[in-house]
Design a protein around this ligand. Sequence first.
Ligand code: UDP
Ligand code: MG
Length: 150
Amino acid sequence: MASERSYIMIKPDGVQRNLVGEIIKRFEAKGYKLVGLKMLMVDRGLAEKHYADLSSKPFFSALVDYIISGPVVSMVWEGREVVKMGRTIIGATKPSESAPGTIRGDFCIEVGRNVIHGSDSVESANHEIGLWFPEGVAEYESSQKAWIYE
Ligand code: UDP
Ligand code: MG
């Protein structure tokens, strides 16, 4: 099985709006394996590093302020094509363009309050996991593996 990992983060609005359980439930129910999980207050430097690619955008400083405005839930999920499928589960960046049934389509209205982050490529996932989980993640084999993968 070719497995991969994605960095998924429930943003401060997702935490404050009590969406933590709902979001975890969707990834768990799909069949992905949780290998990293923690709640933290993000410092400005980490938020700026995480969004470094967007530093020239007009919304950058508002985005950083948003990410540091309250605790986030940082996660690493593992499974086949979890990066691409994670983005599908999350929905389009703009909630107005996110399909119903996706997390953003179901739970938010504004792009600046879109409740969740998900890595956009395997390369950025590996970079983000290194940034957010320098301590590493849990290495284990799921007892459900044979019931999820042929
Ligand atoms: N964002 C924003 N205004 C925009 C575009 C993006 O506030 O016009 C925020 C939004 O929270 C988004 C984040 O910046 O999730 C990162 O933008 P990106 O284009 O990477 O979208 P994502 O990968 O989160 O879908
Ligand atoms: Mg992005």
